[in-house]
Design a protein around this ligand. Sequence first.
Ligand SMILES: *Cc1c(COP(=O)(O)O)cnc(C)c1O
Length: 329
Amino acid sequence: MQYVNEAFEDNWVAPLGPNVDAFESELQDYVGGKHALAINTGTAALHMALRSLGVGAGDLVFCSSLTFAASCNPIIYQNATPVFIDSEPYSWNMSPQALYRALKTHAPKAVIVVHLYGVPADMDVIMEICDERGIPVIEDAAESLGSLYKGRHTGTIGRFGAYSFNGNKIITTSGGGMLLCPDIESRQHILKWITQSREPARHYEHTELGYNFRMSNVLAGIGRGQLEDIDLRIERKKHIYNTYKEAFSGISNVSLNNIPDYSDSNCWLSCLLIDEASDVKPVQIIEKLEQENIESRPIWKPMNMQPYYVNCEFFSHIDSELPDACPGL
Ligand SMILES: *Cc1c(COP(=O)(O)O)cnc(C)c1O
């Protein structure tokens, strides 16, 4: 409230302003990243990362298949073609094996790796595979702000990193996002695009297509306040995860989603895996939890199974035998 009030008192109820600058630098300090750009949604952050990489018509972009539609919709916004990469069964994140296999026959312009439900993907292996071929990686860290991969914050490892502050995320600005850019030049260029691509001229001059995607100074104030207690929120999420883990530990055929040893997850969402052999069906558990006023729902329906994306290519994990030449595996 204090930061929001300041915005009103200083008459900065506008995009740009002291809260936006401070939110960018405070988030940078928190994740240990650089060149942060506050933007109106996480989706727009991913979209602008693709545009900055020159993704356009005729290009392929790889993306995790098990994710929210906002991870891959920006590929379509740029008139490019998504290719979906399956999950590996442990972390449910992008399978390095399936990625490796897909790269044998395809040359994507970028790879979007999602850190699903806050659990970090195996970035070292994925980065090695992509770096070797000079393919830039965009981290969709919308759900994973505060999660660490081998001590590094998710979102700071790939060429670009995108965070979301939508209402359901670990911190929120009601709606908002942040893009970590690789250098000052790309950040400046994207800043221009998201503020209507106005050229530095008194009259309104445009040489490029623009968008109105900047975060407002009022919402950045909410973000600053939320960021101050992110550690408490993560602690609470971990407590919730551990509570469920313990509660279900005596029951065979169900287990919580795994958190790999290489990572420290923000535990954004606690997920229950139900064995196919179980007599209990997911809907029965959902109904039972509902009686206790606990909300639950199925995890994302994979993008390669969505009617909108069903014709896109998909590389499954199961068909990808361990490649001998795959580094890190
Ligand atoms: C929420 C989310 C997004 C989109 O972020 P918005 O700020 O809602 O646009 C993108 N990817 C994933 C995985 C998300 O969960």
